[in-house]
Design a protein around this ligand. Sequence first.
Ligand SMILES: Nc1ncnc2c1ncn2[C@@H]1O[C@H](COP(=O)(O)OP(=O)(O)OP(=O)(O)O)[C@@H](O)[C@H]1O
Ligand SMILES: [Mg+2]
Length: 493
Amino acid sequence: MKRKFNIHKVLLINKNVKDSGLLEQAFLTISSSFVIIKTRDTKKGIGVLNSEKIDAVLIEYDLVNSAPDFIRDIQKGNLYIPVIAIIEKGKELQAAEAIKKGAYDYLLKGTGYVESLSRVLERIQGASELNNDKEDHLEQQSMLFMKIYNSRNWLQNIIDSITDYIFVIDQNYKILRTNKAFANLFGSEPADIIMRPYYELFGLSEPHEWCVLGENRDPVSPHSVERTLNNTYYLISYYPIFYDEHEAVVYIMKDITETRRLKDQVYHLDKLSSLGTLTSGVAHEINNPLTGIIGYTEMLLMKKGDDTTTKYLQNVHDAALRCKRIVENMLAFSRQTPAQKSVENINDIIDKTIELHEYWLKSTNIEIIKNYGKVPAVSVDRQQMQQVILNLLINAEQAISDTDTRGRIEFKTSFDSKSKYTVIEVDDNGKGIPQDILPMIFDPFFTTKPVNKGTGLGLSIAHGIVSEQGGTIEATSVAGKGTSFIIRIPQIN
Ligand SMILES: Nc1ncnc2c1ncn2[C@@H]1O[C@H](COP(=O)(O)OP(=O)(O)OP(=O)(O)O)[C@@H](O)[C@H]1O
Ligand SMILES: [Mg+2]
């Protein structure tokens, strides 16, 4: 059965006569009561609008010159005439542009004209009904539009003020709506990314696994997942909604990189503190018998014995000394004594540490580069900070000794006036640290070195000391290229 529409007179602006004919045919299939007026350009179209009462305008968006301006100008007038942009398949982005200019809806060119046209006509029926009573209700009508316009703006302003990333997609993953924060993530404005498949913005050719819709393109049930996208951690929550007659899904992405970092840090500190208590107890227990072993072997060594006995005793003595060094390290790691802080210059501390180690550096032919910035005095325990720098220096040397290239260790200092932290950077061109072991290097007893070379305590001691001074230490590395350690010490309050 043919439907009755309140739209009678339709203006059709189309350069392509054949297309105009097809559309006219579609109109007449839907209802015989339509009067179609056809023109080929906007100038003549305006002439028609000025002389007749037109209920709806259809305009070919791509081929008709100045179609976007025409749509915009019609909306500026106080007479509301729904404009439908005719868009070529594959140029859907133009639909978004036309709607931005003020078009009421759009129609995809093609064989399915009849079906899509009747849907669009039903949608504008309401607008047309309003228009029929325009004489009586013009004021009421403009107030209504004003209200809709304002509430739309009000809602957009609210979602734009949210710093989390929000976007709404349809069943083809195309963005229906978004907030500023999400668009800005890609250096765009919301209007520029409407109707684009969301995953293209991430440089992908298909949706992420967390975004895949059901078999029938049904929206997923509400859910949250944590994912890394472009080196940032996000908590992604999605909610199915009903949007403009279609099923759609709202996505909210929250940047949780910093929260995760703090959580990891707390976990790490917690682990360190319990390990600290444990090791200090064990180390004290071992220290006493060890002092006895060293003392007695030294006494025995002073006595004249045969060569084999002396050799064995010497071995015992060396092994005991090594145990002593390990125990000292363990005690340093679980330091019970508070830091003796004084006002110090970081550049000076680095200089003195390098000086202490100069002989060794010369013998390994490692080039030391100093790139000191102007840094304010900091309040630190000098001995302990020297120990931190020395640990980093020794690690760098050892990493370099495993490569064939000429070693280079660079010390950089600077002051970050924004965070008010003094920054120390120690870079080397050693063998680097593989990404999978990088998160473990500050763990006590973690070492990749042979048994007699490392105890795995150097960096955990450094971590403990820097944390006690209120600072942070972190590492970045590229395996095969080198490693950078960055220490940040807070400004004196
Ligand atoms: N500059 C660096 N380059 C490459 N790897 C490093 C570097 N610094 C640390 N590492 C890695 O981190 C691990 C832990 O370092 P840490 O200083 O805590 O212990 P260690 O050097 O093995 O032993 P210790 O310092 O107790 O003698 C090292 O075994 C090494 O694998
Ligand atoms: Mg070390």
